[in-house]
Design a protein around this ligand. Structure first.
Ligand SMILES: [Ca+2]
Ligand SMILES: [Ca+2]
Length: 189
């Protein structure tokens, strides 16, 4: 998944720590949403949503419609501003390699998003279908289930999912520390 260069979203800045937009950027996004909402219903239907994502990303039609269904969890056939805001933050997190940080910071909304059937667990099929959103490869996915499905029912409940997000962030912080210490050593030479 990639954002197209020069699209409006490229000009928004995602906070690295909290993975949210600044107030100013959020306001700009609201105006953008209102522009897309040509019927002035404070929502986007599947067609508007498709054209938006097709224009700003390289996602396939199938992927776009899947994202629509994920966001439209109560099947009203429309996406509101809240869902739109969350999607944009996911897109920007992906673009800035902050996917794991995003999952960690917003673990509950992400859990709800990936739990496609609303059964309060994430099964391998659900994670497999949605892994492109968070840049998780196949091997990584298998490892997640091996390591974090503590109860052994081949799905992740929220507790297990939360453990995975904490692990991700620990690993990322370790990597950053290592990188910094290498840079420090280099500069001391
Ligand atoms: Ca589920
Ligand atoms: Ca489990």
């Amino acid at each position: 998944m990639k954002l197209r260069p020069e699209c409006f979203l490229q000009f928004l800045h995602l906070d690295k720590m909290y993975c949210l937009l600044s107030v100013r950027n959020a306001r700009a996004l609201v105006e953008y949403f209102q522009m897309l909402d040509v019927h002035k219903k404070n929502t986007l239907n599947d067609l508007q949503f498709y054209h938006f994502l097709h224009y700003v990303t390289d996602l396939t039609r199938r992927q776009i419609m899947l994202v629509f269904d994920l966001l439209d969890w109560n099947a009203t056939g429309e996406i509101g501003l809240d869902e739109f805001y969350m999607l944009v933050c996911i897109l920007l997190a992906h673009e800035n390699h902050l996917e794991k940080q995003f999952i960690y910071r917003h673990s509950w909304p992400v859990f709800e998003l990936l739990d496609m059937d609303g059964g309060h667990t994430i099964g391998p099929k659900e994670f497999q279908a949605t892994r492109f959103l968070f840049n998780i490869n196949k091997e990584e996915l298998e490892k997640i289930f091996r390591d974090f499905d503590v109860s052994g029912d081949e799905s992740l409940n929220y507790k297990e999912f939360k453990m995975f997000t904490i692990f991700c962030i620990d690993r990322q912080q370790k990597k950053e520390k290592e990188k910094k210490s290498i840079e420090l050593k280099k500069s001391q030479k």
